[in-house]
Write a protein that binds this ligand. Structure first.
Ligand code: E4P
Length: 231
């Protein structure tokens, strides 16, 4: 499963990209607004930091205007993926972008029927929003199960299931069990995935016992060596 991070916060992306675990990034107009920054500047910085796909969303609602915006966004970097909403106009734009070789992420998907339409329109990614479904007492993970099953029945479908609106690590784990291709994960949720109290407790005990031996794996000189080399 690929991990994208769901943020337009460049500092967060830089920090998490250093783990080597980030395959891509998704943004949306709300996340850009939250960053308080210029969209084109932020997008260029993100595309520099992460070589994988970076989703940038159009804000027009008519397909010709979406195409004009998307083409402008796609000029920012080769790894920009254009995000369009799951509307008739969005899917017209999706077909046109796909035909001209631009990858599209179809966003705001809340039903298997919508996911089928996006696949037929040639989307590279479909983004089912599972947290927002859970919020209204509809099982978001069931939507992932349905879409994975439907796409899996048609080998010609090249659309990848990009699990969106992720709220906690279990959403990621359960989506992985269902065979979703990608999860776009908020930074706080990705950090939470590292955590287990028994890891912290076990490490503290190992370090405590090691200190009692009075031994060191590296001499002080050896330990300073990597710093000297990078200086
Ligand atoms: C996906 O691309 C969206 O940016 C995102 O996952 C929306 O999540 P939210 O429901 O937390 O806003």
């Amino acid at each position: 499963m690929q991990f994208f991070i769901d943020t337009a916060d460049v500092a967060e992306i830089r920090d998490l990209a250093a783990t080597g675990l980030v395959d891509g990034v998704t943004t949306n107009p709300s996340l850009v607004a939250k960053s308080g920054r210029d969209f084109f500047e932020v997008l260029a910085e993100i595309c520099d930091l992460v070589p994988g796909p970076v989703s940038a969303e159009v804000t027009a609602t008519e397909h010709r205007a979406m195409l004009a915006e998307g083409r402008r966004l796609a000029r920012v970097a080769d790894n920009v993926v254009i995000k369009v909403p799951l509307t008739p106009e969005g899917l017209k734009a999706c077909r046109a972008f796909t035909d001209e070789g631009t990858k599209v992420n179809v966003t705001l998907c809340f039903s298997p029927a919508q996911a089928l339409l996006a696949a037929k329109a040639g989307a590279r990614y479909i983004s089912p929003f599972i947290g927002r479904l859970d919020d209204i007492s509809v099982d978001g993970l069931q939507l992932i199960a349905d879409v994975v099953e439907i796409y899996g029945a048609y080998p010609a479908i090249g659309t990848e299931v990009l699990v969106a609106s992720v709220r906690h690590p279990l959403h990621v784990v359960e989506s992985a069990k269902l065979g979703a291709h990608v999860a776009t994960i908020p930074p706080a949720v990705l950090r939470a995935m590292f955590k287990h109290p028994l890891t912290d407790k076990g490490l503290a005990a190992f370090l405590d016992d090691w200190a009692k031996t009075g031994q060191k794996i590296l001499s002080d000189d050896d330990a300073a060596e990597p710093e000297r080399r990078s200086a």
